[in-house]
Design a protein around this ligand. Sequence first.
Ligand SMILES: Cc1cc2nc3c(=O)[nH]c(=O)nc-3n(C[C@H](O)[C@H](O)[C@H](O)COP(=O)(O)O)c2cc1C
Length: 388
Amino acid sequence: MTVITCIDDLKRIHKRRAPKMFYDYCESGSWTEQTFRENTSDFDKIRLRQRVAVDMSGRSTESTMIGRKVALPTALAPVGICGMQHADGEILAARAAEKFGVPFTLSTMSICSIEDVAEATSAPFWFQLYTQKDTDFTDNLVRRAREAKCEALVITLDLQILGQRHKDLKNGLTAPPKLSVPVLLDLATKWRWGLQMLQTPRREFRNIVGHAKGVGNTRSLHAWTSQNFDQTLDWDKVKRLMDQWGGKVILKGILDGDDAEEAAKLGADAIVVSNHGGRQLDGALSSIRMLPEIVERVGSKTEVWLDSGIRSGQDILKALALGAKGTMIGRAYVYGLGAMGQEGVEKALEVLQREMDISMALCGKQNPSQFGRDMLLVPEDFGGRWQA
Ligand SMILES: Cc1cc2nc3c(=O)[nH]c(=O)nc-3n(C[C@H](O)[C@H](O)[C@H](O)COP(=O)(O)O)c2cc1C
């Protein structure tokens, strides 16, 4: 039995257990993967300040995100096709989040539907919306999320068109997978995955199939995205969607101060500084580099969260110290899901919480709200000297 001590341990098991096509889908960025790599390597450049002889008893990692109490200041980010990393993946991740006390976000491009997750859980979850050309279908998604009592709508703004990931094209990514010879050879070594998959009826994009009218190929994420995502989405449309939803809104995928200002002006409850985990604009700066500027511009008007690159509790502390009120994690929990389902997601959250708690103590702090800029050592040129 492998002893799991860090997120990397889960990643190794994920790679062993999930079909190559789905592990690669998770572990890739667009084009050269520069932004994907820098999301994590930029966290490494920042150091924590060790403090001693400070009472470290009575600590807590608890915080709040848009008014909700959270066991640690992170939420599970929306991730497409989780139900192919492990059978019923979205349901299992939502259950793990509920048990642990952090929010779960369901992607539009999930395998389990809004209704599947609502039926299998009791804590309110968040729904992430990709707006579609078919406005009836978009309206219908919003209505279904409301009927499922979703607590917030997460509108993703950085994917109206898909950044190219070479591996997905080479692997012929589809959900469920097409049974070609290379896929069958790979599946022969992933028997546990196959057995679990045979036991669930949830093997296609259930937010779409049976809900969207007159659609062709729903197996291919790439084909669906290019044919159906709304490339005309602009701030006016975002505003209309926010009004239509009428509840809490999180605007995700913001990496620029001007865009952050627009989002704050519309009254977003939170914005997520994010480059989609390096999956969209390759060559964009890492989220952690962009965070301080965005916090400075809109931090007093809206909650600023960060995702992209978080792989440890120390990373969460670094984001908080640079002004984030909360964070989201993507791959860090997907590795756990692909490795061992619900238990793996719980493991990932446990790892992050333990790392955060102990590192916080070693920095002489007792809770996340005390963790400010003075707890970091940041290289002088970290922000970079860029000319627009
Ligand atoms: C495999 C995968 C699928 C994703 N699918 C979605 C999605 O459907 N909707 C969305 O808004 N973001 C999606 N994202 C982006 C995540 O929500 C999040 O921004 C990103 O994973 C953060 O980076 P990290 O993985 O380094 O933590 C996806 C990310 C990954 C890794």
